[in-house]
Design a binder for this molecule. Structure first.
Ligand SMILES: Cc1cc2nc3c(=O)[nH]c(=O)nc-3n(C[C@H](O)[C@H](O)[C@H](O)COP(=O)(O)O)c2cc1C
Length: 328
């Protein structure tokens, strides 16, 4: 079996690899363009950017690559619809709606004739997404970075969701190498989305402290928290998280610009994610996928792609060889 390409609506993607959108300036146009240039979908994390910054990010990206570009926007953000419209006006190829479900965005993307991908965690929501016009769905499991919509692993959810819909199903959460990709393809996924693997790339513009923290942390440094958004998330057990889990009220926000539709305000999550991006160990909230310990080094996206593709192909060849020798 050869590594298949991916079709999202009318958009052709050479390789079935999507770089996960990461909010608050973690996946910026530099990373998205590098991934798009290699034949995957490069995704700008649109949440937490001003509309001007979002527009600039799209323009820079469009000018720098001819590859496929996506914009990920969290439904939980107050300016979700506005951000989607900015991305569409700047001719984004694909919209990815994360952290929540919005019926309005289906209508908007249909009007703009732009494929919409939704994040799902059940066959029921996948079927609803398909009926409303989604071009593909992402099944994100509990090992993922960012906010989580389920306690199940993507590999456990995948078979029933693949059976429930006829649009492409993309697996996400806890995948870091080509073997993972091949296994998801075998289970019926049309593609795989990786976040943390691409965070640990040269082109990801977060501060080196963020990358070094993930490279040096142990599996036991990971903790599951209930974020102020009201959703669980995997994060490194840093001083802010320790204070939060201990119920320390000194971390409550001193002011709030209401960036989220709903927020528990135990601490300012936008500010804490910004601090993480800027490498502030003391105040930052460092989201990561659970498999960060399986990533040994920061590499250029070109190398990450070359490794992912050769590992995927090698695994597919081995499995195919075995089935030929069993059948023959
Ligand atoms: C720092 C960080 C920020 C993220 N921000 C978002 C986001 O804004 N929207 C979203 O849908 N997913 C977000 N995610 C999830 C990724 O897009 C991706 O689905 C996830 O990281 C996949 O799991 P992996 O990291 O194990 O590969 C984020 C992940 C990380 C690590």
């Amino acid at each position: 079996m050869k590594i298949p390409s991916l079709k999202i609506g009318d958009v052709f993607v050479k390789y079935p690899i999507i770089q996960g959108g990461m909010a608050i300036g973690v996946s910026t146009f530099e990373l998205a363009c590098a991934v798009a240039d290699e034949g995957g979908v490069g995704v700008i994390g649109g949440t937490g950017l001003s509309m001007d910054d979002l527009r600039d990010q799209m323009r820079e990206a469009r000018a720098a690559t001819k590859g496929v570009l996506g914009m990920n926007i969290m439904v939980a953000a107050r300016d979700f619809k506005e951000a989607v419209l900015v991305a569409l006006k700047e001719k984004v190829d694909v919209i990815i709606a994360g952290a929540g479900f919005s019926r309005d965005v289906f209508t908007i993307c249909r009007e703009w004739k732009t494929p919409l991908i939704t994040m799902v965690a059940s066959a029921k929501v996948a079927r609803l997404s398909e009926r409303l016009g989604a071009a593909a769905v992402i099944v994100e499991g509990c090992d993922a970075g960012g906010h989580l919509g389920t306690e199940s692993k993507a590999s456990d959810l995948l078979p029933s969701i693949c059976e429930a819909v006829s649009i492409p199903v993309i697996a996400a959460g806890g995948f870091v190498d080509g073997r993972d990709i091949a296994q998801m393809l075998e289970l019926g996924a049309a593609g795989v989305q990786l976040g943390t693997r691409f965070l640990l790339s040269d082109e990801c513009t977060v501060h080196k402290n963020f990358k070094n923290l993930l490279l040096n942390a142990k599996a036991s440094d990971l903790v599951r928290i209930l974020s102020p958004v009201g959703l669980p998330a995997n994060a490194i057990h840093t001083p802010l998280v320790k204070k939060y889990l201990a119920g320390d009220t000194s971390i409550k926000p001193k002011s709030c610009d209401g960036c989220l539709k709903k927020c528990g305000q135990q601490f300012c999550i936008a500010g804490a994610l910004r601090d993480a991006r800027d490498g502030d160990y003391e105040h930052g909230l460092f989201f990561t996928g659970k498999r960060f310990t399986d990533i040994a080094s920061v590499k250029p996206v070109k190398q990450i792609f070359a490794d992912l593709l050769s590992e995927t192909q090698a695994y597919l060849d081995r499995v195919l060889d075995k089935s030929v020798s069993v059948n023959g």
